[in-house]
Design a protein around this ligand. Structure first.
Ligand code: AHR
Length: 501
């Protein structure tokens, strides 16, 4: 058995954790909305047509923030199509996903759904085919109290009180050639700055996220951030990061090391923000919004086939990745990475929430079940609130395809406001258990309350509608804490949540 050590000290803290790092994302894409959260006629649909079984699964995840309505979709979207009487809303071709958008679910309906789910909306405006004027218009429509053309239209459309959307994305992945209205960094920085000024003039209480590179692998990564921030640093509050990982070659050890890349990505973008801050002699710190992150690769070939057969149909079953056990381990490690960077990452969105690269799956007219990745997200969201502690670790390491010296123990620790401490850890070792020597001596006497563990002997095991409990967490025996010391065995390839109180 391998051995690792972790020391936690109640005075060594990284930062307060912003609850919004447990956000998610619903795009008008595939069956996320139509056939996902919304399916009128389903036996479990409510009076508005929203599926209550999906709502229950979302609520269990505890998602405080949902990015909406895209994604790539937003770069051709006309927000005005999504308000007013449903029967008068236009059907439009969506050039992002080659489907037809019917606008049956629009801003008001989604706001009602999000409220029921206990989530705030992070609303993305179209800076692809549209510009600052339409961006300030939707802020006026959503947030102005009344007595102006657009706020009165909202009231006429049945919503007297402002929707109070506090967080807005200035477009989506504007560096990508796949994006409608792709821009150079300078073009984007200028447009983002003007849109930001006007949106904040309408509602000074809002916060704005500027588009960073759509991935750290973009050739323009770095230059994009520098150039666009040079134009809009003073007007925005956060820079976005997007990253998806894949394991197309079946290299589990290399796949589980991908969070080394995620950590580098976060540190690099924070450094660029600080470089621009320094250059501008600014007192303001721009923080990070990791507003798309996940594993994504299982469904790509399937999507190509769907487009060959059914291009322009409504609610095509796109991006329906079926997640296996090793995907859940990486998602756990990605959550650990976000927690360890809680001083700079203030917003993060698991992309996405239902059916589209999602923890929750549904069948039209049928059931709703949790994919493997549902569990680490649920645990982190439930037990990872409060303060991120500095977890000082010493772990055996391994070398793999892309990285040298990857610690087999990947860990983060948090302290909740009631004083309880939670350690999240992944044992990346493919074969051996790891005995974790945990030193909690500076905390008041604690007992281990629970050890939740997720493991499956087959890294490719999945949950399905027929077998929804193939990969589910179990509880392990708790260990005695003596003089603040405890030893906990972490099985090979496992996600662990150790709770002390
Ligand atoms: O989340 C799926 C897509 O991935 C989003 O629409 C886009 O922003 C990203 O490329």
């Amino acid at each position: 058995m391998k051995q690792a050590k972790m020391v936690l000290d109640r005075d060594y803290r990284i930062s307060r954790i912003d609850d919004r790092i447990f956000g998610s994302f619903i795009e008008h894409l595939g069956r996320a909305v139509y056939g996902g959260i919304y399916e009128p006629g389903h036996p479990l649909a409510d009076e508005m047509g929203f599926r209550t079984d999906v709502m229950d699964a979302v609520k269990k995840l505890g998602v405080p923030l949902i990015r909406y309505p895209g994604g790539n979709f937003v770069s051709g979207f006309h927000w005005e199509d999504s308000v007013g009487p449903v029967e008068q809303r236009p059907k439009r071709l969506d050039l992002a996903w080659f489907t037809t958008e019917t606008n049956e679910v629009g801003l008001h309906e989604f706001a009602r759904w999000a409220e029921k789910a206990g989530s705030e909306i992070m609303y993305a405006v179209n800076l692809g085919t549209r510009g600052p004027e339409q961006a300030r218009d939707i802020v006026e429509y959503a947030n102005h109290k009344g007595n102006s053309r657009l706020s009165d239209l909202r009231i006429k459309n049945g919503c007297r009180d402002p929707l109070g959307i506090k967080l807005w994305c200035l477009g989506n992945e504007m560096d990508g050639p796949w994006q409608m209205g792709q821009k150079t960094a300078y073009e984007y920085g200028r447009v983002a700055n003007e849109a930001a000024k006007m949106m904040k003039w309408v509602d000074p209480s809002i916060e704005l996220v500027a588009c960073g590179s759509s991935s750290s692998e973009m050739p323009s990564f770095g230059d994009w951030e520098l150039t666009m921030l040079n134009e809009c640093y003073d007007s925005i509050d956060y820079v976005s990061l997007h990253r998806y990982y894949a394991n197309p070659t079946g290299d589990t050890a290399g796949f589980l090391a991908r969070t080394m890349d995620m950590d580098d990505f976060i540190k690099s973008v924070a450094a660029i923000c600080d470089a621009v801050k320094g250059k501008k002699h600014s007192k303001k710190q721009v923080n990070l919004s990791f507003d798309e992150w996940n594993v994504w690769y299982h469904s790509r070939e399937q999507d190509e086939e769907i487009w060959k057969r059914e291009k322009w149909d409504r609610a095509l079953p796109l991006l329906e990745d079926i997640y296996n056990f090793e995907d859940a381990l990486l998602v756990g490690s990605m959550l650990i990475t976000l927690l360890r960077n809680a001083d700079r990452v203030k917003i993060a969105c698991l992309a996405q929430l239902v059916n589209v690269i999602a923890p929750i799956m549904t069948r039209n007219g049928g059931g709703c079940w949790a994919q493997t990745i549902y569990y680490p997200f649920m645990h982190a969201s439930k037990y990872g609130r409060g303060t991120a502690l500095l977890a000082v670790t010493d772990s055996p390491r391994y070398d793999c395809s892309d990285y040298e010296g990857v610690p087999i123990l990947d860990a983060a620790a948090t302290q909740a406001d009631d004083g309880s401490v939670t350690v999240f850890c992944v044992n990346r070792d493919l074969e051996e258990s790891c005995l974790l020597d945990l030193d909690l001596r500076s905390f008041a006497p604690m007992k281990m309350q629970e050890h939740i563990m997720l493991h499956h002997d087959d890294v490719h095991a999945v949950n399905t509608e027929e077998k929804p409990n193939e990969v589910v967490p179990t509880t392990m025996p708790v260990e005695a804490v003596t003089d603040g010391q405890v030893q906990v065995k972490l099985p090979p390839l496992s996600w662990n949540v150790l709770r002390f109180g």
